[in-house]
Design a protein around this ligand. Structure first.
Ligand code: SF4
Ligand code: SF4
Length: 345
């Protein structure tokens, strides 16, 4: 990894260089009921619209890699068969500007399933390959527990990672493309003072974490507590709305549906992201539902993320971003659920 330092007024120049491609970045989307700014990722054309001081976004950046609905194939009677749908933007470079470490780690986890597995998703893989990612050091919110999940820093999965040192940025450069962009703005080699300032910023960030999840030996605890009353207690509160999976940067489950035109001349095959908390997630042919109760579905979600995925990849499928808990109208949060399961209900 290469390190560089550059003055803050070089950042708009870097943005303008990158803006030859579509740039996706955090922007403000109004305020909540308490007047606190809300942020989300969106396509940005002007550096002035960027909110690099954002805390978290309502949705993760997942939708730029895994759209909620994606046409896979179309069928027409004229052509006599299914025709694969090719996303014309799939090979075009895009830029994701200002992704926090938790969200970069979420993509690294998705890669394990959608790129590095026996059944890769070529749509996701192409978008991932062509996304130039600039990471950004975050300021944790009270809901963030990424430090408990080991995802508060990113070692890979980005091109460049920036830390705000006050009057300058400390840049970690990981890819050749990032190196080439950096060669076009004014940078300097970091010195001892820069290293000390970087360490001070990270130490200050680490001191801000409030939420925690005790993830030590959690897989064993989950094996022991499969019948814990905590699952029913939390599950009975669940509204089965699926919002948690919608905002989660690591949820990737989907269903494939085929819709036939009313005049029977064509059809469309669509992949649609699903949520294991939705009532029909485990319905099979014949109408049988393997998980008819909300507590069974909620339990399944936790066992996938904190038990099954750990068994397969030695890491949890949760980066501790806190989005699900914040969005849940029933007040269900990962730290609270895991704590009560640990306590045996
Ligand atoms: S957001 Fe909350 S209420 Fe909705 S499905 Fe998820 S856990 Fe249940
Ligand atoms: S489960 Fe919740 S806290 Fe964990 S990554 Fe998904 S949204 Fe974030």
């Amino acid at each position: 990894m290469l390190f560089k330092v550059f003055a803050k007024d070089e950042l708009p120049k870097l943005f303008d260089l990158l803006a030859a491609n579509p740039v996706i970045a955090p922007v403000q989307k109004g305020v909540d009921q308490h007047g606190v700014p809300l942020f989300d990722f969106d396509v940005v054309h002007d550096f002035a619209d960027l909110r690099l001081d954002y805390t978290s976004t309502i949705h993760s950046a997942k939708r730029y890699f895994l759209p909620y609905a994606e046409t896979l194939a179309t069928f027409t009677v004229d052509k006599g068969g299914w025709e694969k749908q090719v996303d014309l933007n799939i090979d075009r470079r895009q830029v994701l500007f200002g992704l926090h470490a938790c969200d970069i780690n979420a993509l690294n986890k998705l890669d394990k399933v959608l790129v590095q597995s026996a059944y890769p998703n070529p749509f996701y893989a192409a978008k991932r390959r062509n996304m130039f990612i600039i990471g950004l050091q975050c300021t944790p919110r009270p809901q963030c527990f990424c430090r408990s999940m080991g995802t508060d820093f990113a070692l890979h999965g980005f091109d460049m990672f920036l830390t705000d040192l006050g009057d300058s940025y400390f840049a970690e450069i990981l890819s050749a493309a990032a190196f080439q962009f950096m060669a076009r703005i004014v940078t300097r080699e970091p010195g001892h003072d820069d290293h000390e300032r970087y360490k001070a910023v990270v130490a200050e960030k680490n001191g801000r974490f409030q939420a925690k999840v005790d993830s030590s030996d959690l897989t064993k605890i989950l094996d022991m507590e499969f019948e814990s009353p905590a699952w029913k207690a939390w599950g009975d509160k669940c509204l089965s709305c699926g919002t948690c999976a919608n905002v989660c940067p690591t949820c990737y489950c989907y269903g494939v549906e085929e819709n036939v035109d009313l005049d029977l001349t064509g059809a469309v095959k669509t992949r649609r992201l699903h949520s294991c908390n939705l009532i029909d997630f485990a319905v099979v042919a014949g109408g049988h539902n393997f998980r008819p109760h909300s507590h069974a579905r909620l339990k399944y979600r936790y066992y996938h993320k904190h038990r099954g995925f750990v068994e397969a990849f030695e890491e949890a499928l949760c980066v501790g971003c806190g989005r699900c808990g914040e969005a849940c109208l029933a007040g269900i949060t990962v730290p609270a659920v895991i704590a009560s399961v640990r306590e045996g209900g």
